[in-house]
Design a protein around this ligand. Structure first.
Ligand SMILES: [Zn+2]
Length: 203
């Protein structure tokens, strides 16, 4: 699958060129000397299971009308963000400078470190836990991971469900880790051990 507008891979500071920038106020500084080596994959759709609307961008920019849908009451007042959002058609939107700390992971642990908002990049896929994802989303995510690896010493990719087990379930069983691993050609040890029949590593 070839994207109509491939990701440039060029950076202006922590902003990726050639993608739409939708700046979120929900970010802060990373700790000094943070080693940004993890990409966290999430899924989100608002209302859940409905695709294509403006609500996710509204949520990440604190502009969501909490009364517009009954589900929104459950997340009323949430101040959250991710660095990137990939729509069903592969369109990429950036909300937070990757040098800054976005608010996507919450309490989390991976590879021996806690609070992985400090030193990860958060990528939201438009989707629903348990639902499948679209080919253009894998293509965009693959290009994005490659662009991030040009800028940071990325060593791991994991789902929110892996770094916050029991608390989070996204992106869920509909996300094909093997497809991402094969698209990137990175070692299976970079991925959760769901990637290839449990032969990966985690910890
Ligand atoms: Zn998540």
């Amino acid at each position: 699958m070839v994207l109509e507008t491939p990701i440039s891979g060029r950076w202006q500071g922590g902003w990726l060129e050639g993608v739409r920038h939708c700046p979120s106020p929900n970010f802060g500084p990373r700790p000094a000397h943070a080693l940004i080596d993890l990409i966290v994959v999430h899924s989100i759709s608002l209302p859940p299971g409905q695709y294509g609307g403006p609500e996710v961008e509204q949520l990440f920019t604190n502009q969501l009308d909490w009364q517009a849908h009954p589900y929104f009451e459950q997340i009323r007042g949430a101040e959250v963000s991710a660095h990137f959002f990939i729509r069903r058609d592969g369109t990429l939107v950036q909300f937070v400078d990757t040098d800054q700390r976005a608010w996507h992971a919450g309490a989390s642990h991976w590879c021996g470190r806690d609070n992985r908002n400090d030193d990860s990049i958060g990528v939201e896929l438009e989707g629903l836990e348990g639902d499948m994802f679209e080919a253009p989303q894998y293509a965009a995510l693959t290009e994005l991971c490659q662009a991030l690896a040009q800028r940071y010493p990325i060593a791991h990719v994991a789902g929110h469900e892996h770094i916050a087990p029991g608390r989070k379930c996204d992106p869920g069983p509909g996300f094909d880790w093997a497809q991402l691993q094969q698209g990137l050609g990175w070692p299976i040890g970079c991925f959760p051990d769901v990637t290839l029949g449990g032969s990966g590593t985690q910890g």
